[in-house]
Design a binder for this molecule. Structure first.
Ligand SMILES: [Ca+2]
Ligand SMILES: [Ca+2]
Ligand SMILES: [Ca+2]
Ligand SMILES: [Ca+2]
Length: 541
């Protein structure tokens, strides 16, 4: 038996069967080819029937049908999708009616031609997750490449040509080559200005008129993070000006904390490596400047910016202020400077606001409250300490807050009595409204008289301690005087009672050595007045 194949539509491959090409997605009953087997037998024994070899090892036959007598192979109503399966293998069996029947096998391959039946997309692309995160270094010149955008189209070339466009986001900052998908910067980027950008990118078939979309499988989001370079100087947080005002107590001891200066380096790189230093210290007072070298009066922690005292007492410096020049620099030696004015005051010169809320709530709103206060009273209030409220008897109330402060006008500390008068002005309705809004219930002495009595220092001890010492000394002195007086009285009594008289000039110690006191009788004779008569005296021991 021999197979004859319709040669006009075949591609012969030696030893590998014959391959036919048909277009994918073709309609049912599309003609593929016709196989014809010839049998030299005549009659019934030469009648040939055709069928496909079936079974698990040859599943592709289900997509095709063969005419049992005609040998015509056509497609079925099953969809032939090239993107699902491109080549189908068919084994055709031709069998005659002889006894026993004769068989011949032939292997055929059916390959699908590609049609442009898939749209470009991002959804099914390998290793692509939405959003795509990429990065680019700041300060790079325009046209720096950020990424190559790549979609996917399941069709074969030329049916898989893709084009790209930006459909939403920061398109004024980035350009996208529609053909190559090259995403690049349009200008120099500054991370400190904007650290992250976002784009929607659509992939499309350039041969079709595709509407612009900002979502769907043909759109992907790109997040572009700008990487940091150490290109910014550190800057002091100065609040309202270049000057930081604070106070130090006249009794401050060596290494007491004065204030902390903060600087901020906008860079991420090296922001933790900024260093603080003091470049100069001056002391300013109108009269009688103290004769001390003040350049070492304060020191600063180079890492934290904490300024501490380097003297143990500041009593000589009351009514003046120190002007400390501080500097901060980063790893690239970019610098910023600020002045810290430190006024030397006594503890009881401070005032406090009493808030009807706990310290955590007050901390959150304190900055805003103090900012709003400035235009109302015309001076600045600088907080020194926030703590639970202590009443005038020294009792602590955790539901209230004390904010001790000093007031500053220009670069001078405002006197306490003036400050108190202006902050307690009940005619200032704007001020009273601000107090009511923020729960301020009073302006009081920061240190109350009781606490002041307990904490006022004299060389490190409270005055109560010194008072007790003085009383004790007085008692001892009185006791000594009393003893001396008693001794004097006793001597006088003895003398008056006829006790033996010891001359004043005689050293009692020497005298005691010369006398030999012994038990017995001592006697001497007195010639008597005018030598008339003898008197004998006896003293019994
Ligand atoms: Ca296709
Ligand atoms: Ca396509
Ligand atoms: Ca920096
Ligand atoms: Ca930077």
């Amino acid at each position: 038996m021999q197979f004859n194949i319709n040669e006009s539509s075949t591609l012969l491959r030696k030893g590998d069967g014959i391959q036919f090409n048909i277009t994918e997605n073709t309609a049912p009953n599309t003609f593929v080819t016709q196989v014809i087997a010839s049998d030299p037998d005549s009659g019934e024994a030469g009648v040939i029937t055709y069928q496909f070899l079936s079974g698990d090892t040859h599943p592709d036959h289900q997509y095709f049908r063969i005419g049992p007598t005609s040998g015509r192979i056509v497609t079925t109503d099953k969809v032939l999708d090239r993107e699902t399966k491109e080549v189908y293998e068919l084994i055709v069996i031709a069998r005659d009616n002889g006894v026993p029947p004769q068989e011949a096998h032939r292997r055929l391959l059916v390959r699908l031609r590609d049609l442009d039946d898939n749209q470009p997309t991002f959804r099914d692309c390998r290793d692509l997750r939405d959003p795509v995160t990429v990065s680019v270094m700041e300060n790079q010149p325009p046209e720096t490449e950020v990424a190559i955008v790549e979609g996917c189209d399941a069709d074969l070339s030329p049916n898989n040509v893709m084009a790209y466009r930006i459909t939403c986001g920061d398109s004024e900052v980035f350009s996208l080559d529609p053909n190559s998908g090259r995403l690049a910067t349009k200008r120099i980027l500054d991370r400190e200005l904007k650290a992250s950008y976002e784009l929607c990118i659509q992939v499309l078939d350039p041969s079709r008129d595709t509407p612009v979309a900002t979502s769907g499988s043909a759109v992907i989001r790109y997040i572009i993070n700008v990487l940091d370079e150490d290109d910014e100087p550190p800057r002091f947080d100065r609040g309202t000006g270049k000057i930081v005002t604070t106070t130090v107590l006249d009794t401050a001891l060596y290494h007491s904390e004065v204030t902390k200066v903060y600087a901020h380096d906008p860079d991420l790189v090296g922001k933790d490596k900024i260093l603080y230093s003091i470049t100069d210290i001056n002391y300013v007072r109108n009269k009688y400047p103290p004769n001390r070298d003040v350049r070492s009066a304060f020191i600063i922690d180079k890492n934290t910016g904490m300024i501490r005292t380097n003297f143990s007492q500041f009593t000589d410096f009351i009514n003046g202020f120190f002007n400390i020049s501080v500097q901060v620099r980063d790893a690239k030696n970019r610098r910023d400077t600020a002045q810290v004015l430190v006024y030397v005051i006594k503890d009881y010169e401070k005032l406090k606001f009493v808030f009807d809320e706990d310290p955590n709530k007050v901390k959150d709103k304190l900055d805003d409250f103090l900012k709003e206060l400035v235009p109302i009273v015309g001076f600045e209030v600088k907080p020194d300490d926030i703590s639970h409220h202590v009443d005038e008897n020294g009792n602590i109330n955790a539901n209230k807050t004390d904010v001790c402060f000093h007031a500053v006008k220009g670069s001078e500390v405002k006197p306490k009595h003036q400050t108190r008068k202006e902050l307690q002005n009940s005619q200032n309705y704007e001020l009273q409204r601000l107090y009511a809004l923020n729960g301020v219930s009073g302006v009081e002495n920061c240190v109350n008289p009781t606490a002041l009595a307990q904490t006022t220092n004299f060389g490190g001890y409270s005055w109560l301690w010194w008072l007790l010492v003085a009383l004790a000394a007085l008692l001892i002195l009185l006791a000594i005087i009393g003893i001396i007086l008693l001794c004097c009285c006793w001597n006088s009594y003895q003398k008056a009672a006829g006790a033996p008289y010891i001359p004043e000039a005689t050293n009692p110690v020497l005298y005691s050595r010369e006398m030999e006191w012994q038990e017995g009788t001592m006697s001497y004779t007195d010639p008597g007045p005018g030598g008339y008569g003898n008197y004998t005296y006896q003293v019994q021991f």
